[in-house]
Design a protein around this ligand. Sequence first.
Ligand SMILES: Cc1cc2nc3c(=O)[nH]c(=O)nc-3n(C[C@H](O)[C@H](O)[C@H](O)COP(=O)(O)OP(=O)(O)OC[C@H]3O[C@@H](n4cnc5c(N)ncnc54)[C@H](O)[C@@H]3O)c2cc1C
Length: 297
Amino acid sequence: MKNSGKMPDHTLDTEYGRVPVREYDAVIVGSGAAGFGCALSLLSCGCGSFAIVTEGRNMGTSRNTGSDKQTYYKLSDGDSAADMAADMTAGGSMHGDLAFVESAASSRAFYRLTALGVPFPHNEYGEYIGYRTDHDTAGRATSCGPLTSKYMTEALEAESDSKRIPLYDGYRAIKILKDGEAAAGILTVSEGEASEENRFGLAVFAAPNVVWAVGGPSAIYGSTVYPESQTCALGAALEAGARGINLTESQYGMASVSPRWNVSGSYQQVIPRYVSVGARIPQRLYLKSVRYSGGDI
Ligand SMILES: Cc1cc2nc3c(=O)[nH]c(=O)nc-3n(C[C@H](O)[C@H](O)[C@H](O)COP(=O)(O)OP(=O)(O)OC[C@H]3O[C@@H](n4cnc5c(N)ncnc54)[C@H](O)[C@@H]3O)c2cc1C
């Protein structure tokens, strides 16, 4: 456990013990690609004081998962943010504004990663070439292999550490605190905070802005290739009144559950059809889209 945070600003005496309180303008919960990426973005826009709080620096999906080829999506040559957003919303469930923002910012996020040394392939002219996969019509995909999201997270983490962004490791957020309808911070539990006067190891991070970068809903699937260390915490956000957007946009696909490993969309494109040899639909299907090329399963 490596913490780089600060001493508490003050303490709160509660029926559960004396709880340390640390104050920031924003708190980012989660240390995956999203959490570290957000921290660097806040830093570059000079957004006041903030900290990353995570139940495990090395836990979560970005760092612990893979497939035969993990894919990164971004705007391609001759593309436009509007076209990419239109493709993302074509299924009818994704929020249009979010799709547009994701598309528009995808180039900037990608080139930040390349500048940090993530080894995405390029040709001798320095051009980052793409390929088509997973319902992609414009060659928006690229990859640096089975562990792309791990490389991304490690590069973002190294940059975050070098900028001395405070990170509290080993703190599990259990509640989003509110002041009326607005977020006011988070309540966490942590072994490191436990003491005689604080038996449960509670801690408060008081912040009017909470970024909930806790990863995907690993716990809702019967069989899953989410890594064991992805525990999921979306319930606390819903409990606090957050609106669920894009929750119907899960992708399902072929995977092995032992080991937990995904079969990429590229495989699906070259396999002409699946043939079922039993009455049951295999429950191993999830997360990534499968192209059922006219075949039965
Ligand atoms: C097998 C597999 C293959 C995939 N392939 C692709 C692919 O090819 N292309 C693609 O784009 N995506 C792919 N994905 C999805 C992608 O990996 C994830 O969407 C992405 O890594 C999520 O990043 P994140 O930072 O949001 O969350 P995560 O990396 O899961 O990070 C979550 C963080 O939150 C922390 N956390 C969780 N709960 C709490 C809490 N209560 N309190 C404090 N901290 C908490 C965790 O410790 C962790 O640090 C794949 C996923 C899987 C499982």
